[in-house]
Design a protein around this ligand. Structure first.
Ligand SMILES: [Zn+2]
Length: 218
C-alpha cells in the first residue's frame, strides 16, 4: 500500500508539471502559475524523498525476513530450488511483472531495447543474480542510477533505473545479496528494473535466455 501511495503522489506531481503555464499567460496568471510550478518541484522533491524512505523500509524488512528464514527458502524466493550449496544464478527480484522485452524498438529507446524490464513497486529489493564484483555505481544518463556487476567469467550485469544502491564499486557480492532497489531514475516511465547481460562486457544478450540457460524460469 505504501508503494501505491507513492505512485499517486508521483502522478499528481507529474500532472502539475504537465499542467505548467504557457509563456503567454497574463502577468497575474503567470505569478499564480509560477507558484504552481514551485509546488510541483517541491512535490517532486518530496516524492523522491518518500521513495528513498520506502527503499530504506523495504531493506530493513528484507533484512529482517532474511534473518528469520533459511537459505533454501531465501533462494527459492529468487527462483532457485536446488541445493543451496550449489547455487550459481538466481532471479534479480522476488516479485515482479515482466514488461518490455529484449530487442524491441520504439520511441522509448534510442536503439534496440538492450535488456529485459521487470516492473515492480519502487523500493523492491534487487539482488545479485550471481556472485561477482561491483565495478561501477553511477548515474548513467538514460539508464538512471546504474550498478554494473562483473561475474568471474567477465559477464557484465547491469541494474538500471534504481532508487538507491547498497553496494559500492570494488565490492565483492555473493549470489542473492541485496545490491539496490527498484526505481524510476533516468529514461523511465515508471518503477522497474532494466536488466542487461553483456557477456565479456560486450554487446547485450537477451537476459531471459541467459537466466533460462542457468535453469531458472523468469
Ligand atoms: Zn528497459
Amino acid at each position: 500500500m505504501l508503494h501505491r501511495a507513492g505512485a499517486v503522489v508521483a502522478a499528481t506531481a507529474a500532472a502539475l508539471v504537465l499542467g505548467a503555464p504557457s509563456a503567454h499567460a497574463a502577468p497575474e496568471v503567470a505569478v499564480r502559475e509560477d507558484g504552481r510550478q514551485l509546488r510541483a518541484i517541491e512535490l517532486a522533491r518530496q516524492v523522491a524523498e518518500r521513495q528513498q524512505e520506502l527503499a530504506a523500509l523495504n531493506r530493513r524488512a528484507d533484512a529482517h525476513d532474511r534473518a528469520l528464514i533459511g537459505r533454501k527458502e531465501l533462494l527459492a524466493r529468487y527462483g532457485y530450488r536446488g541445493d543451496p550449496d550449489a547455487v550459481r544464478v538466481v532471479l534479480p527480484m522476488a516479485s515482479y511483472d515482466l514488461s518490455a522485452g529484449f530487442g524491441l524498438t520504439g520511441p522509448l529507446w534510442e536503439a534496440e531495447h538492450g535488456g529485459q524490464d521487470f516492473s515492480a513497486g519502487a523500493g523492491e529489493p534487487l539482488v545479485a543474480v550471481a556472485g561477482g564484483v561491483v565495478t561501477e555505481v553511477a548515474y548513467a544518463g538514460p539508464y538512471g542510477l546504474r550498478t554494473i556487476l562483473e561475474l568471474p567469467d567477465g559477464t557484465e550485469v547491469w541494474y538500471c533505473h534504481q532508487t538507491d544502491v547498497t553496494v559500492a564499486a570494488g565490492q565483492q557480492v555473493e549470489v542473492a545479496d541485496v545490491v539496490g532497489s527498484v526505481g524510476s531514475t533516468g529514461n523511465s516511465t515508471g518503477p522497474h528494473l532494466h536488466l542487461e547481460v553483456r557477456p565479456a562486457g560486450g554487446s547485450p544478450v537477451d537476459p531471459m535466455d541467459w537466466l533460462r540457460a542457468a535453469g531458472l524460469t523468469p
